[in-house]
Each structure stands twice: as C-alpha cells, then as structure tokens.
Design a protein around this ligand. Sequence first.
Ligand code: DX5
Ligand code: ZN
Length: 220
Amino acid sequence: SKQAIIAPSVLAADFANLQRDIEMINTSQADWFHIDIMDGVFVPNISFGMPVLEAINKHAKKTIDVHLMIVDPDRYIKTFKALGSDILTVHYEACTHLHRTLQAIKAEGMKAGVALNPHTNVSLLEDVINDIDLVCLMSVNPGFGGQSFIENTYKKIRQLKEIITRNGASTLIEIDGGVTDKNAKQLTEAGADVLVAGSFVFRAEDPIATIADLKKITTL
Ligand code: DX5
Ligand code: ZN
C-alpha cells in the first residue's frame, strides 16, 4: 500500500519554542521537515535564514526539505548543503539555467527539486524531468502560510504524473499550500507523493495526532 510522505512546514511553528516544535516533529509520524526560505524579492515576504536553519538542523532527526523562494538560488547551493539540506528545491521562475542549477545541486550530494508557481504549466518541465528528484507544485501563491488551496492543482498533478510516467522518471510530486484533512486523500489519489502542511498541523490542538491522521487518511 502507498502512504503519502508528510512534511510539516516549520514556517508555521512557534519560533519562540522552536526546539519544542522540532522535537514534536521528531516524535511524530512526520517524514520530513519542510523549510521555507523567502528573500522578500522573489516573494513578498521574508521568512528566516541561515542561522535559524543551522539551529533547526542541530535538533531535526528527519530529512530536511528546503524550499528556496529566492532569486538567483545558485549563489547559495553550497551554503544550504553545509546547513544540512537533504533536498534543495528552487523555483522554475527564478532559474534562467535550470538544468545547470539542478546539476549543481546534485553535485553537492543533495536531491534536486523544482517548484512551480500556480500559473506555471507542468509541461515546461518535460525536457528536464529525468534530472528532477522532486517537483513541488505550489497550491497557493508562495510567500505566506495559511492561504486556501487552489483547486486547479488536481489537474496539474495528473498532467505531471503523465509526464513522469511517459519519461520513465522517478520524480516525486510534492504539494505545498493549503493542505488539510479535507484534500489530503484526493491529492494522494491524484498522484501526489509528498504533502506539505503548515498551519493545519501547527494550529491543531494536537499536532502529533493531526500528523498521524494525515498519514492514515493518505493510505491508499
Ligand atoms: C508558502 C510555503 C508553504 C507554507 C505552507 O509560501 O511554501 O510551505 O508554509 O503553509 P500552509 O500549509 O499553512 O498553507
Ligand atoms: Zn514551501
């Protein structure tokens, strides 16, 4: 049976109790830590940067999935490797030489991801799909947690799955933004492999039970 990989987004954690929230994820059935890095240029918000990721990495005992919402990400590939990133995702819209960027990420020993904004068609990845370990489909406009899910994402998952299958690629499909217990099953059924969840997990009364619930409802 298949079960979604659950990646809580640390953006929604309580930064004054960050170690507590990291230990919560360690203890839970969550699979990955999703780390949102925003530069205030590519997206209209600034999240947190290197010193905070360094602190997270000291305590995190699971895969660290870094989502760079920054312009010219090539400048920081080596830095994010040094900070403990296992998967490094760059935005399609921020990379003029995407193929080169993917090779540079993999040369550092990380998995390479590409994120697409809601308006960016998945067909643009056709010629590079075999070089991508993970495609992050943004199901909200990047920049903020707590926004509502864009329904067009289901269609994009199905179209992307078809491209992956046709090219014999093993690329994972990650969904980022507005994931809840209301859409998690349908997303997994459509072909999603990884679900990022920020506010739904951290605003819950019992985050550990909420993560367990997401694992359970995404078991196909
Ligand atoms: C949005 C970030 C998301 C965000 C998800 O720019 O990339 O990872 O933290 O938060 P929720 O689950 O609250 O939509
Ligand atoms: Zn993200």
